[in-house]
Design a binder for this molecule. Structure first.
Ligand SMILES: Cc1cc2nc3c(=O)[nH]c(=O)nc-3n(C[C@H](O)[C@H](O)[C@H](O)COP(=O)(O)OP(=O)(O)OC[C@H]3O[C@@H](n4cnc5c(N)ncnc54)[C@H](O)[C@@H]3O)c2cc1C
Length: 356
């Protein structure tokens, strides 16, 4: 997966309340294009995504696959599309809050919205756009009972700070790029590294797999074809993990830290509990404003449903354009609306930073 520069990481310290015109939940292609359509109308937005990078499904699930049905781009890589959208919204300087899930949402008495993330970033927003796709991507868990007790201390689904793993005995699970990249990266830092993958074939880049196998042959690390079975616990502290090989034999691996990279899966999560009208796990919207059952809250992209809905990027782009006009009217009902062309509108040129 292509990792974009970290300049989009949240510049905001937890605990602050940010007052903004619009909060967009989800930085997939439709959330990104929503920034553009709002920006053309002079409306600013903050974007929140539970992933560490923008791009939604395109970046997370199929970054290198070509897309053939984006208008005027006969073929475009999925990550390339995200990179192009990021470039297109640059003039509007949206603020990204990445690696944080929106978990709290409420309409305030004054008609504005309270939105809060897992990192404690709180917004006071005039309107909210839910562009949450198929839901927020969550790590697939290790699947051993009682694992929650160790999460964040000795069991990790992402590496927040690799220096804390220095000099530790590590057992890493997984066979994709994350598992292999971290195995190779941590080999020089950790006291020992053991990689456990359920089968002989890997999804990771062949070059990384070859490097890992060289390290195994040279005795610098160990590798097992097995599944996690149970934790080794002493006085409530995690001391290692028992694994079950394909032939049924069990191995006890001592470990200070377990790193699990079984990939991510989408979960609709808290959005389902916000009291908005749902149909088959999607938010019901009208096709004029793409507004949900709560005025001031809009939904674009894969998360919404209406008669004839097709879950295509192109549909989400259209929805974002119409939602932007509706949001402008919601925020500034006195303002007269004009349809302006980007080719000829001086105000749009100014907003886009185009010299006239
Ligand atoms: C393999 C594959 C191939 C595809 N090919 C095509 C194609 O050729 N053409 C096409 O048009 N479409 C294609 N699609 C579909 C396309 O990717 C989706 O329609 C598109 O990604 C939807 O964009 P979105 O912005 O609505 O949602 P997503 O891309 O799903 O992004 C939603 C984002 O919201 C975030 N999020 C969700 N809930 C929360 C929360 N509570 N807090 C914070 N963040 C949250 C998620 O982490 C995610 O990043 C393909 C899909 C797949 C899987």
């Amino acid at each position: 997966m292509a990792v974009l520069p970290l300049v989009w990481k949240s510049p905001v310290l937890s605990g602050q309340t940010l007052t903004t015109e619009v909060v967009i939940i989800g930085a997939g292609p439709c959330g990104l294009f929503q920034v553009f359509e709002l920006g053309l109308l002079g409306i600013g937005a903050h974007l929140v995504d539970s992933l560490q990078h923008p791009g939604g499904q395109c970046s997370e699930l199929y970054p290198e696959k070509p897309i053939y049905d984006i208008p005027a781009l006969p073929v475009c890589g999925a990550q390339e599309l995200v990179d192009r959208l990021m470039k297109q919204i640059e003039p509007f300087h949206p603020t990204f809050h990445l690696g944080q899930e929106v978990v709290e949402f409420a309409r305030q008495e004054n008609g504005r919205f309270h939105v809060r993330t897992t990192m404690g970033t709180t917004f006071d927003a005039g309107a909210v756009v839910i562009a949450a796709g198929v839901g927020s991507f969550q790590p697939r868990r290790i699947g051993i009972d009682g694992s929650e007790a160790f999460e964040g201390s000795t069991l990790h689904y992402r590496v927040k700070n690799s220096s804390t793993l220095q000099g530790q005995n590590l057992v890493i699970f997984g066979g994709g790029d994350s598992a292999l990249d971290w195995t190779l990266e941590l080999l020089s830092k950790a006291r020992s590294v053991t990689l456990v993958h359920r089968r002989a074939e890997y999804r990771a880049a062949p070059a990384s797999v070859a490097r890992m196998q060289e390290h195994v042959t040279a005795g610098r690390m160990r590798m097992f074809e097995a599944l996690p079975h149970s934790f080794i616990v002493d006085n409530g502290a995690l001391r290692g993990v028992n694994i079950k090989a394909r032939d049924g034999t069990m191995h006890a691996l001592a470990a200070d830290q377990l790193l699990v990279f079984f990939g991510l899966h989408p979960k609709l999560g808290p959005i389902a509990e916000w009291g908005l009208e749902l149909e088959k796990k999607a938010l019901k919207v009208d096709t004029e404003k793409f507004q949900t059952s709560l005025p001031g809250v809009y939904a674009v992209g894969d998360i919404n449903t209406y008669p004839g809905k097709k879950k295509l990027i192109l549909s989400g782009f259209h929805e974002a354009a119409l939602a932007a006009f509706a949001i402008q009217h919601h925020l500034y009902p006195q303002k007269k609306q004009f349809l302006q062309y980007t080719t000829t509108s001086p105000i749009m040129h100014q907003r886009l930073g185009v010299p006239d």
